[in-house]
Design a protein around this ligand. Structure first.
Ligand SMILES: Nc1ncnc2c1ncn2[C@@H]1O[C@H](COP(=O)(O)OP(=O)(O)OP(=O)(O)O)[C@@H](O)[C@H]1O
Length: 285
């Protein structure tokens, strides 16, 4: 098996509405992939197909398995967080850990206890007694104690404050991720995760509009801060987007015209969120 995930011409229709359009992606082991798109772009729809929660047309293989037809086989090897706040309110932490140990073959109870010992969560706490952030910590402690090959996170930090969000991603990167694992994350807070990503996939109206690793991205696009003197000339090279900061124009270009344009101002690497905004606008133009 060469890819952890392989999608070829994947389509998904809800009645006459086409939510996924000819999606082609391959993801290999050891990647942290950001699946990024505006509201209603098709991120959750794609992840549901990846997790075997919904059917799709085309060829989709996760760990070499057809997720919809062989979901129970797949679930032994992967885990996911759909929304951190969703855990049964009435259950005690100790009961939740026992339940997970009994139902998941790759769960380590000792490991979960070790993660939880670094938090304020106690074994006899009920989920309803935990704050949203503590519930997220509990969920993550469980997920990080499952020896999974693929972790799928759909908006994992929704509703959490910035300290918890930062801690969540730090824990994920330092205590969980290694080259044997693969993570797919969707979030609208792109700027908070871009430093941990190895690859980005942009999706818009069910179509993949960009699929690149972060190094490729740096080489494919660049921003130039252009002063008034060079403004007209820089503009003639047709920037993808432009914004004004402290009286200077920051223009985004793709690398085809790099040699000429980098003489016109200070070059910088665009953030993933700036690139996302630019490519979404470009696609709509
Ligand atoms: N069960 C369904 N029945 C009909 N349409 C659906 C269904 N599920 C999703 N859709 C539609 O498919 C499109 C993609 O939805 P999806 O939830 O995948 O978007 P998303 O990228 O996850 O958005 P968000 O960032 O807002 O969560 C939307 O137009 C949505 O209305």
């Amino acid at each position: 098996m060469s890819h952890i995930l392989s999608a070829q011409n994947v389509n998904k229709k809800f009645g006459s509405f086409q939510a996924l359009k000819n999606v082609n992606i391959n993801i290999s082991k050891g990647k942290i992939v950001g699946l990024i798109g505006p509201n209603g772009a098709g991120k959750t729809t794609l992840l549901k197909s990846v997790l075997g929660l919904d059917s799709c047309e085309g060829e989709l293989k996760v760990l070499g398995i057809d997720p919809y037809k062989k979901r129970s086989d797949l679930m032994k090897e992967i885990c996911f967080i759909a929304d951190v706040a969703v855990l049964p309110k009435w259950i005690k932490v100790s009961q939740l850990l026992t339940f997970t140990e009994q139902t998941h073959p790759n769960f380590s109870l000792d490991q979960a206890k070790q993660f939880l010992s670094k938090t304020k969560i106690k074994m006899d706490h009920k989920v309803k007694e935990l704050s949203k952030g503590m519930t997220a910590q509990l969920h993550l402690a469980i997920v990080m104690s499952i020896n999974a090959k693929l972790l799928v996170l759909d908006e994992p930090t929704l509703g959490l404050d910035i300290l918890f969000r930062k801690q969540f991603y730090d824990n994920l990167l330092n205590d969980y991720f290694d080259n044997e694992r693969t993570i797919i994350i969707t979030t609208h807070q792109v700027e908070e995760i871009e430093h941990i990503l190895t690859d980005v996939v942009f999706i818009r109206e069910g179509e993949i509009v960009l699929n690149a690793n972060m190094d490729e991205l740096t080489n494919s696009y660049f921003e130039v801060m252009v002063g008034q003197d060079n403004y007209e000339e820089a503009l003639s090279h047709k920037p993808l987007t432009m914004r004004k900061v402290f009286g200077k124009h920051i223009m985004l270009f793709n690398s085809t015209s790099r040699d000429v344009i980098e003489t016109l101002g200070e070059v910088q690497r665009p953030s993933v969120s700036d690139l996302f905004v630019a490519l979404m606008q470009e696609d709509q133009a």
